[in-house]
Design a protein around this ligand. Structure first.
Ligand SMILES: Cc1ncc(COP(=O)(O)O)c(C=O)c1O
Length: 361
């Protein structure tokens, strides 16, 4: 059984010091969503209306309603960016106080600069959501009022919610939990060992647990407080060489997969990698995304759909208002391409996709 994990697990081979992130400009949280709510609470009043792309994961926004923000959706274009005319119209008519622009799957959103200008002309707060891929962000690039990150989606750490635009953390901040660091490390080792043994396909089990816990959990999400970053995250962020290598490997893996998937006739939603884009996944476009993901998971590949079942219910219920968000959600299968995958694993994954596609999906 092949096991091609969805997430990276490895530590860097060696530590090259050199901080590429300025800690004094960041505030840290367990998750990206905590950073987002913290930033919004600091900048707009309770009950404020926040505009999100309709292509989004509703679960990450459960917190918003409990923190009394009014979430509104705007449909996206076929590259997942906001259409400028439609955005301007909505900003003029909707009592919007803040707009969130997402760099989906690690690709910089088209029109980012224009969106920021449109919002600023109207004195509306702009939040750039770099949660999918923190390493795509360049400090010298155009600035939103707030920028949020979720390092845990790129690096093997349990935390990594972070925020730029609200100053730095107070020095009295509590240390983050050592126990969670240790637990993460134990799980990491276990996952690696199981993966190497290669006799268990964890995905059917994980899918079952996810379905069962979704049914069981009636608990609303809770906001987590600001924390000091975990020791592992600090080590990564102080290691410019290792971060550079992660970014380079993800870009190379994208290009490799792009070639290797040619026989399938399928391609990435974003065909071109911009100079600074660091992909989080390979967003493969296929009319049968759901069946491809099922097929790959049954073969031990950590493919996922995003947002999949977590597309906001209001968006899903109104395909006439949000046609593109619904369509794109049905069309995208996310293949892993993280830094820990080896060439043979990428080849294996590509040959599975090619085989599936040639066999007629
Ligand atoms: C686009 C986007 N933004 C923000 C978040 C929130 O990140 P986190 O899961 O770290 O709270 C997610 C989570 O999936 C996301 O996909």
């Amino acid at each position: 059984m092949t096991y091609i994990p969805a997430r990276p697990n490895g530590l860097p081979d060696n530590y090259i010091s050199g901080a590429s992130w300025q800690f004094d400009k960041l505030r840290f949280f367990p998750r990206g969503r905590d950073a987002l709510v913290f930033g919004l609470s600091a900048k707009i009043k309770k009950g404020g209306r926040v505009l999100f792309p309709a292509f989004f994961c509703a679960r990450s926004l459960d917190l918003f309603t409990s923190y009394e923000f009014d979430v509104e959706w705007l449909d996206v274009c076929d590259d997942l960016s906001f259409g400028l005319d439609r955005l301007a119209e909505r900003l003029d008519s909707g009592n919007i106080e803040a707009v969130v622009v997402s760099d989906f799957f690690g690709w910089s959103s088209q029109n980012m600069q224009k969106v920021i200008e449109l919002a600023k002309e109207r004195q509306i707060l702009v939040i750039r959501d770099c949660c999918h891929s923190a390493l795509s962000w360049q400090s010298e690039q155009i600035r939103a009022d707030l920028t949020v990150f979720s390092f845990r989606k790129t690096l093997p750490v349990w935390d990594g919610g972070a925020l730029i635009g609200c100053g730095s953390s107070p020095s009295s901040m509590q240390n983050s939990s050592l126990a969670r660091d240790v637990r993460r490390e134990v799980i990491r080792k276990l996952e690696r060992a199981l993966g190497h043994v290669g006799i268990i396909n964890p995905y059917p089990v994980l899918d079952f647990v996810r379905r069962a816990s979704a049914v069981a959990s009636a608990e609303p999400e809770k906001l987590c407080d600001e924390i000091r970053p975990s020791r592992s995250l600090v080590r990564w962020l102080n290691n410019a060489g290792a971060l550079h290598k992660v970014a380079r490997t993800r870009r190379e893996n994208f290009l490799f997969l792009q070639e290797a998937l040619r026989p399938s006739g399928l391609s990435s939603l974003f065909p071109v990698l911009g100079e600074h884009d660091v992909p989080q996944v390979f967003p493969l476009k296929t009319p049968h995304a759901s069946s491809l993901v099922k097929f790959l998971r049954s073969h031990g590949v950590g493919a996922v759909r995003w947002p999949g079942n977590e597309l906001p219910s209001k968006v899903r219920a109104s395909p006439e208002i949000f046609p593109m968000a619904n369509e794109m959600n049905d069309l995208i299968a996310c293949l892993p391409l993280h830094q820990d995958l080896e060439r043979w694993e990428l080849e294996k994954m590509a040959s599975l996709v090619n085989e599936w596609s040639i066999a007629g999906s």
